[in-house]
Design a protein around this ligand. Structure first.
Ligand code: CS2
Ligand code: MN
Length: 355
């Protein structure tokens, strides 16, 4: 069980706080100030690793090493950025990293229409309204996200992305989903042999939310798309980050059955466990992790993982803001700590009933 943590003073939650959450042994982290496409140097990686290890925690998971837009677009310059990506993988592997979570979403990494949606119990959480999102231009969306970020970077909304967003959207509107999948395959075929050599599992993060915005191709939004993605390169290293909240935003997705299918193939190195409550077919807010607080059956999901022999990393993903905490939306300490221990409790009960 790990928690996400942001280095370089870019997190209000401290490593010593995370160290005190029972059962949490490490963090998923990243270098937020290295632009996508640049090499992460051994020095940069080493200093973050030292800080994490000195706090008594492990750094075995990176979320994310972002993919340069030229790779996603399939431009000739992609080879240079892929070469850099492989160098970063080597440097991470030398530092003991075992898993890289990344995404292949064009332009947008994730989006919520409300970062501070109030819940009846006085807490707040992130929420999504598809009809609202559909009225926005990319500039309006960016403005909303920057205003809501509480002076912390929002992962996936790094300022370097903003200037070319509108032009990028236009670019993707002119390529087909098949072309997009061939760009993914090109990337996977280049990096996965090195993932094998460097002993690193790749876990692609699903599209969040799983509904199309700005006419952009959706790539990892249901079981069929995941099958297609994993089949692009058959190595076990080409895996999935099973994010229950992202996939669960589409009520048609059966998360326990996806967990069973992909984890039993050994293709799930990393799981993001969180719950969502739907307010309509496309609209939802995030909720506390407990099954009864949302629409997902956490017991069924954890059981499916257990029974499929899952032995990767789990993090509680997003949480609500509770007990007056302020900070990066989704990434407060308290609710994620509660969520992690609820999940660990489910895991212990299922394990003991099975042995
Ligand atoms: C998402 C993403 O899971 C999450 O927290 O908000 O930012 C996710 O980290 C990336 O898509 C992974 O590449
Ligand atoms: Mn996630």
């Amino acid at each position: 069980m790990i928690m996400r943590w942001f280095p370089n003073g870019d997190d209000k939650v401290t490593l010593s706080q995370i160290r005190q959450v029972p059962g949490v042994s490490g963090v998923a982290t990243m270098l937020p100030f290295v632009p996508a496409g640049d090499i992460w140097t051994p020095e940069q990686i080493g200093s973050v690793k030292k800080e994490i290890n000195d706090a008594g925690l492990e750094m075995e998971v990176i979320e994310s090493v972002n993919i340069h837009e030229d790779i996603k677009k399939g431009l000739p310059s992609k080879d240079k950025y892929i070469e850099n990506y492989i160098k970063t993988m080597k440097n991470l592997s030398d530092a003991g990293v075992k898993c890289i979570c990344y995404n292949f979403m064009p332009v947008l990494d994730w989006y919520r229409s409300d970062l501070y949606f109030p819940l009846p119990d006085g807490s707040n959480c992130m929420a999504y309204s598809h009809s609202y999102a559909s009225t926005l231009t990319s500039d309006m969306m960016t403005k909303d996200m920057i205003e809501g970020c509480n002076d912390l970077t929002l992962p996936g909304w790094e300022p370097e992305r903003f200037p070319q967003m509108a032009a990028d959207i236009e670019y993707y509107n002119n390529i087909s989903r098949d072309e997009y999948f061939s760009n993914i395959k090109y990337f996977l075929d280049a990096v996965i042999p090195y993932a094998e050599e460097y002993d690193i599992d790749f876990g692609v993060h699903p599209d969040d939310p799983p509904f199309p915005l700005f006419g952009l191709p959706k790539v990892v939004n249901n079981a069929e798309a995941i099958r297609r993605y994993l089949a692009l390169n058959p190595s076990r290293r080409n895996g999935l980050t099973l994010c229950t909240g992202s996939l669960g935003a589409n009520i048609e997705n059966d998360i326990p059955s996806m967990a069973r299918e992909f984890a039993s193939e050994g293709k799930v190195p990393f799981v993001h466990l969180r719950n969502v409550r739907h307010t309509s077919e496309t609209d939802f807010h995030e909720s506390a992790h407990l099954s009864e607080c949302g629409d997902l059956d956490m017991f069924a999901i954890v059981k499916a993982l257990y029974e499929s022999g899952f032995n990767g990393y789990i993090r509680p993903d997003h949480g609500r803001m509770i007990w007056g905490e302020t900070g990066r939306p989704g990434y407060g300490l308290y609710d994620r700590a509660l969520g992690s221990n609820y999940i660990l409790g489910l895991w212990e009960a299922i394990r003991k009933l099975n042995t």
